[in-house]
Design a protein around this ligand. Structure first.
Ligand code: S3P
Length: 426
């Protein structure tokens, strides 16, 4: 599906957005692991979280839906059943990688498959730590899906220093560690999102620049009620739009503001947007608040290396905000973007180029400068929801007649994106 965008002149009002994708995946998995009834409220309505739930259902866990919540009848430590077919993680790296940590500990082998994009993404990064449990892995060439996981006779704890800044890798190892009495230890150089630790109450220590997280069977989840506040990465597109639209005044309610996810808010504030946080609360250790954002005179600022893991999913929309700001937008140290749902560095650069911006592409980042001299271009999402939404925001502020091909991939994280955009714009 191709989508065109008309110029938005005013951004006003308020939005309540669906639940955070990262918290939702984890809530579904931890509820499935706990023996007994858990309740999930306000989960993400995107395809990715559906993929996680479908995989858990294939492993024998019951999810019952009513208007307000999902009731999960969790399997407990020995209650999962071998699936009848390979587990399909769809487009979702978080599903494939977090479930790998659960599957090394089950008394049966499982194969995980994914769609075309996920089948190009690296799984060796979870195989490395998870092999330390004694499990064996068979992957397609280059450490890709399909991946078959065979559990060991006896699961060993993991001691792992992660060479990649990845919350998925960290979480896979920590989830495996929940099945072993002895302590599992994961060390990361660049701190990544900490939802797994927060939601399970795991012990975390800082040692200089490094973060060390521990898990063990003492932290195996019990049944409970989970609430996923609105997704800050989904909110970022609307906050970005408000930042680049004169006289904007936008209120987003109940948005997750876990400090491992808020570097985007700090960045646009430093660039000159007005960001006010009100009504700070928390549910199960996860903080959330209401955000009021106003536009301002924007100028690009340096993105510090230690912030890049924190705003990795927001780089596409941050670069769009940067394209409307004084000075050039530059980001480096984000090579992880090359192995997301698309090669996000290549995808962003290609679309900015098609619009006539000056672009420089680096192995680990990119630069955007100049003006959109060809605003009637045809862009492509490259099948990547965050690329699609970032350029939807950009085109909503241009006079041209540009369109985005393959726009329907927004359903991965936010199926109602277009409706929400219409609600707040004139
Ligand atoms: C996620 C971690 C990040 C992020 C993804 C969700 C998670 O990926 O990009 O959207 O929920 O753990 P990496 O761990 O690969 O950086």
């Amino acid at each position: 599906m191709s989508q065109t965008f008309r110029k938005i002149r005013r951004v006003r009002g308020e939005l309540a957005l669906p639940g955070d994708k990262s918290i939702s995946h984890r809530a579904a998995i931890f509820a499935a692991m706990a023996k007994g009834t858990s309740k999930l409220r306000h989960l993400s309505d995107g395809e990715d979280v559906r993929s996680t739930i479908r995989c858990l259902e294939a492993l024998g866990v019951e999810f019952a839906y009513d208007a307000e919540e999902i009731v999960v009848n969790g399997a407990g430590i020995r209650g999962f059943r071998k699936a009848n077919a390979p587990l399909d993680a769809g487009n979702s790296g978080t599903t494939a990688r977090l479930l790998s940590g659960l599957l090394v500990a089950q008394p049966f082998s499982t194969t995980i498959v994914g769609d075309e994009s996920l089948s190009r993404r690296p799984m060796g990064r979870v195989v490395d730590p998870l092999e330390k449990t004694g499990a064996t892995f068979k992957t397609a060439e280059g450490g890709r899906l399909p991946m078959t996981i065979a559990p060991p006779e006896r699961l060993e704890p993991i001691d792992y220093r992660s060479p990649v800044a990845s919350a998925q890798v960290k979480s896979a190892a920590l989830i495996a560690g929940l099945h072993v009495d002895a302590e599992t230890k994961v060390i990361e150089k660049k701190a990544t999102r900490n939802h797994t630790e927060t939601m399970l109450g795991l012990e975390t220590r800082r040692d200089g620049d490094e973060t060390i997280v521990f898990s063990s069977s003492a932290y195996y989840p019990d049944p409970k009620e989970y609430y996923a506040p609105a997704d800050v990465s989904t909110a970022a597109f609307f906050l970005g739009l408000a930042a680049i639209t004169p006289e904007a005044d936008l209120l987003l309610r109940d948005v997750s503001c876990n400090v491992s996810r808020t570097a985007f808010l700090d960045a646009i504030q430093e660039m000159g947007a007005g960001v006010r946080r009100e009504n700070l609360r928390a549910a199960a250790g996860e903080p959330y608040a209401d955000f009021v954002v106003k536009s301002g005179a924007l100028r690009n600022v340096e993105i510090p290396d230690e912030a890049t893991a924190n705003l990795i999913d927001e780089i596409p929309i941050l670069s769009v905000v940067g394209a409307f700001a004084e000075n050039e937008f530059v980001v480096r140290g984000v090579e992880e973007l090359r192995v997301k749902e698309s090669d996000r560095i290549a995808a962003m650069c290609e679309n900015f180029r098609r619009l006539g911006y000056e672009v420089e592409e680096y192995p680990d980042g990119f630069l955007v400068a100049g003006e959109p001299t060809t605003p009637n271009a045809t862009l492509d999402s490259f099948g990547d929801h965050r690329v699609a939404m970032a350029f939807a925001i950009l085109l909503s502020r241009l006079d041209g007649d540009a369109k985005i091909d393959n726009f329907d991939c927004v359903k991965i994280s936010n199926p109602n994106f277009l409706r929400q955009l219409t609600t707040i714009s004139e």
